[in-house]
Write a protein that binds this ligand. Structure first.
Ligand code: NOJ
Length: 770
């Protein structure tokens, strides 16, 4: 060998050695935070075995109530688990994370998820209540706080927002969404995504959001939870999908596939929903998780042949991660069969990699590789931040809806010297909170009784009697996990308690009745056939009303209830929903006038279950609605609801005037500006939700009699007048037409109404021409 060749060989050998050493000692590129996410994912995936890939798609429940950490630890160490849910204790979260990050081969952190639906440590009003505020700014602030509290505990992913449009109050999960309307639902959806994720889910105090349940779950036949839904394409695109589309546009990071059959295809096996709509039409970049056990349940549906078939069909339809309740970490449909499918060619490498890539991308984007742990030293101070309680009180005030106030009984006069607080929910800490409250300190929740006691001036006597007991006919699944109610009263106790309550009412100046439903009477698996007040609550209300004393009815519940008896007999009715930790204080603030109700119904309120489904944005029929005899299309009850969508009173009054459009005629695609003056004509400050509705008079398809297309919650001092402006552009005037099977904007005449609810009478119109 010539000397320069020898030199070259030495240099080459030295270089090779340095490279090898660098590779062995340096961190692999996927752990290098300064590299772009794509490169990090590529690098990590190039190192993963098939089993490790499948592990990333495996999400398991962990219930500290009845599971032991040892059940999970081997799976974490072996990289068989990508995500865990239902854990709320930061110490256990950190313990598990440490195993994944330090002891697994590739050190991929676990994504911890939880249902942070209306708060975590501080419980806010249930979503239906928050929607009643019509205050998107409030909703965003609430979910910002919820994210802050949950992420402090190590949770990095919430299964919220729940975006199912619900037009059937028998369906228990109506409580979890924003009600019946796609426009309101879309606004609230975007606000929630902003609240949870901020501008970057990786920033401190934020969470990755998950829109659910994709899609059509709220249309369950008969309002029976999990039942199939038949939804036409027009209804799907115009009514059920807009909140999801709004969440995607707001950057939501993940989606959950729904449980039910949509037009005979389970949503969890629907390539139409998960690929055509979500990916192709909307360009969604996040990942999809199944609802709990929904992959395996494709078999129960009579859709997949067995669990293995279910896994292949869900993955190829577009479900990236499987959420399952396992006996051991590898008993899920994905973990038990995807590797085999890959080997046999039923699932391709590209299909598997696509799902893994999306999950890993989310983990990188959530900053998990850099900050995998909860800072346990900060949890308590974050959870007990007094600002959170303050916001919870404001949120509960702003979510309440005043349904009736005859003779201005409210706000209450200070002259009352004895108050009877009556009803099974008046002193219930559990029910003031609502159905997704698992991580709070129940003792710190304020009941209505406690709120009233803290509110009245010294010397006023406040006494309490439950009067009746209420119970579900069948226990709820959550009761089984999280505590049974005490046994129902016996007959003798029933009589005695009832009489005690009536006697207390008789001896008091003022009666506040707190009626409604237990928290587990709405929510998941909590549908009911009747919407009447459960138990003997109405009888109690009747007996107490018969005393002729001033009675205020406060409703604590998660769905519209049949209160048609009360609305003509009880002078004041306040719908408080399940208002959260500070609910009792907020209700007392409202009753005594330290806050003024300004909430509006996000759902049409039926007279009885026989009217269901009932919603304001229905189509017109072949006869004019004003025609004699046509207004009562049921001959036994009126066709109109008890309270219309958008309805809610205040302690002051508002008038609308000067409704005008920027131009009487506009070309297709050109926006029209609408403005209106709203004036506070009463003697107190108050807030009004100005609502704009349109009706398209003709077109390629029939359009609803009214559709909400704008709203604003305006604060007005007595005598103050403000101009509110709305824009009706292409997005507001376009719809999915069954006639042309696509999105259209028709040249047509449009009616416009603006007012305080969906029956607003102040009207104008404009025309759209070619
Ligand atoms: C089932 C529910 O349908 C869903 O909303 C929830 O997120 C999961 N369970 C996880 O708790």
């Amino acid at each position: 060998m010539k000397p320069n060749r020898i030199l070259l060989a030495c240099v080459a050998a030295a270089l090779l050695l340095t490279n090898t050493l660098t590779f062995a000692t340096a961190r692999p590129p996927y752990l290098n935070r300064s590299l772009p996410v794509d490169r990090r994912v590529d690098d990590l995936m190039s190192r993963m075995t098939v089993d490790e890939k499948v592990g990333q798609l495996n999400q398991l429940f962990y219930f500290s109530q009845f599971m032991k950490p040892e059940m999970m630890e081997p799976g974490l160490r072996e990289g068989k688990i990508g995500s865990l849910l239902f854990m709320t204790d930061p110490a256990t979260i950190n313990r598990f994370q440490k195993i994944a990050v330090e002891q697994s081969r590739l050190k991929i952190p676990i994504l911890f998820g939880f249902d942070v639906i209306h708060g975590f440590h501080t419980i806010f009003p249930v979503p239906l209540a928050l929607a009643s505020s019509w205050d998107t700014n409030l909703v965003e602030r609430v979910q910002t706080v919820a994210a802050r509290e949950a992420s402090a505990a190590g949770i990095r992913w919430t299964f919220a927002p729940m975006l199912d449009i619900a037009r059937d109050p028998r369906w228990g999960r109506i409580v979890e969404g924003a009600g019946e309307d796609p426009f309101l639902g879309a606004r609230i959806a975007a606000a929630q995504v902003r609240g949870f994720q901020g501008s970057d889910p990786a920033s401190p105090g934020r969470l990755l959001a998950c829109m659910k349940h994709f899609a059509g779950y709220g249309a369950a036949a008969g309002g029976r939870d999990y039942d199939g839904a038949y939804i036409s394409d027009a209804e799907l695109y115009n009514v059920y999908l807009p909140p999801f589309k709004a969440a995607v546009d707001a950057g939501v990071g993940s989606a959950m596939s729904a449980y039910m059959d949509l037009n005979d295809v389970p949503a969890t096996g629907s390539a139409f929903l998960l690929r055509d709509v979500l990916r192709t039409q909307w360009g969604f970049k996040g990942f999809v998780v199944s609802d709990a056990n929904a992959v395996g349940n494709l078999v129960t549906h009579g859709f997949a042949e067995d669990k293995s078939d279910a896994a292949a069909r869900a993955l190829t339809a577009g479900v990236d991660m499987e959420m399952s309740l396992p006996i051991d970490p590898v008993s899920g449909a994905y973990s038990s069969s995807l590797a085999k499918h890959l080997q046999e060619g039923r699932v391709t490498k590209a299909q598997l990699d696509e799902a893994v890539r999306r999950v890993l991308e989310a983990k990188f984007k959530a900053g998990l590789f850099e900050n995998p742990y909860a800072d346990e030293s900060r949890v308590a101070s974050i959870h007990n931040d007094p600002d959170h309680r303050r916001l919870a009180r404001i949120a509960a005030q702003r979510s309440a809806v005043l349904l009736r106030n005859e003779g201005n009984l409210l706000p209450l006069d200070t002259k009352f010297s004895s108050v009877a607080v009556i009803g099974p929910l008046a002193d219930s800490k559990r029910d003031i909170r609502g159905s997704w409250s698992f991580a709070d300190d129940i003792k710190s929740a304020v009941t209505v009784l406690e709120g009233i006691r803290a509110k009245v001036r010294p010397g006023v006597k406040v006494e309490y009697a439950p009067g009746v007991d209420i119970a579900r006919a069948y226990p709820s699944i959550f009761e089984t996990f999280f505590g049974r109610r005490p046994a129902a009263w016996g007959e003798a106790q029933r009589r005695e308690e009832f009489d005690k309550a009536v006697a207390l009412a008789r001896s008091s100046d003022l009666i506040v009745m707190v009626l409604g439903q237990h928290e587990e009477m709405s929510g998941e698996a909590a549908s009911q056939s009747s919407i009447e007040l459960p138990g003997r609550q109405r009888e109690l209300l009747e007996s107490i009303s018969a005393l002729g004393k001033p009675v205020v009815l406060v409703l604590i519940n998660g769905r519209p209830l049949d209160i048609s008896w009360a609305v003509t007999r009880v002078p004041a009715i306040l719908e408080a929903w399940h208002p959260g930790t500070e609910g009792g204080n907020a209700i007392a603030d409202l009753l005594w006038g330290d806050a003024t109700p300004g909430g509006k119904l996000p759902v049409t309120w039926p007279r009885s279950a026989g009217q269901i489904p009932i919603y304001y944005a229905r189509n017109l029929t072949q006869e004019p609605e004003t025609k004699q005899g046509f207004t009562s299309r049921y001959w036994d009850i009126p066709t109109s609801p008890l309270y219309p969508f958008g309805y809610g009173l205040s302690y002051t009054t508002f008038t609308y005037s000067n409704l005008r459009v920027s131009k009487p005629t506009a070309k297709l695609g050109e926006p029209v500006e609408v403005s209106v003056d709203v004036e506070n004509t009463g003697r107190r400050s108050g807030e009004e939700v100005a609502q704009l509705y349109i009706h398209q008079r003709s077109g390629s398809a029939s359009r609803p009699v009214r559709e909400l297309k704008g709203f604003e919650r305006v604060a007005l001092a007595p005598g103050e007048k403000k101009t509110v402006r709305f824009t009706l552009g292409k997005p507001e005037l376009t719809y999915w037409s069954a006639a042309s099977k696509g999105w259209v904007q028709d040249p047509a005449t449009f009616d416009v109404w603006v007012g305080g609810d969906s029956t607003a009478t102040l009207q104008t119109k404009f025309q759209i021409t070619r």
